[in-house]
Design a protein. Sequence first.
Length: 308
Amino acid sequence: MSEAVVTDRVHVRAPGKLNLFFEVGGVQEDGYHDVASAYQAVSLYENVWASPSDDFTATISGTVDVEGVPADDRNLAVRAARMVAQRIGHRGGVHLDIVKNVPVAGGMGGGSADAAAALVACDALWGAELGTAELHKLAARLGADVPFALMGGTAIGTGRGDQLSPALAQGRFDWVVVPSSEGLSTPEVYAHLDTLRAEHGISVSGRAPDVDTGVLHALRAGDPAALAEQIRNDLQAAALSLRPELRAALELGERSGALAGLVSGSGPTLAFLTGDPESALELQVTLSAAGLEALHVHGPVAGARVIG
């Protein structure tokens, strides 16, 4: 490819996600778990600006607490940028200005959205034109949630969660999310799930995880009430065990008008499904009055896209 820079700054926006359904299989020999998930991209976005640079650098800011978010090669977005450069033989670097709105370590895939945004931004900045299929291959090497942040919409994920197939979802689903000031480690939550299962004699070996057909029917019908009957997260028990104070907030939302509530991914963010935008606003006000940070989001929305 040419070394010519197409533009001197590229802005990409990528969405956070909610796991509407999350079934976790047993731990595999490599230490990972097979999962089956229904993902929905929601209107809480990460923004990444990519500019030419001699090296690979990043600055981190946002509306959420970004203390502890690395700006070096431990950051998925920086690694994504290096991956694109290596793939196309680009000899320069890039500076990433990352503005975060998705809760950090909150189970909503903010870091994965940053990585997806960096892939798209560097592809555009350097005129690589790698194409969707190639970007998805790179995304899968970065983490299970990165391919979905590229795709957006609603999808079913199997394997490690990165084997994606689009799911038809009619209409709009309104959610109220309650982030936490303190994140949860995803590996710690999975390990605690394994401990809880062992303590209770629960065996999940012998079959691959699968998304219940009722979830797919509810999404296809665009029916929040039907979806509320189906949503589930196998990691929820482990997350609540590690952070028992979350249970009170979960119960408050469920008795204050939510159709259903659950822990998002590995937590600690809570997600409450509502029937319509007006119900979401009422629940947001109630939770805010109780001293909780509450955000009204909706889905499905598009995946990582160049803005402007």
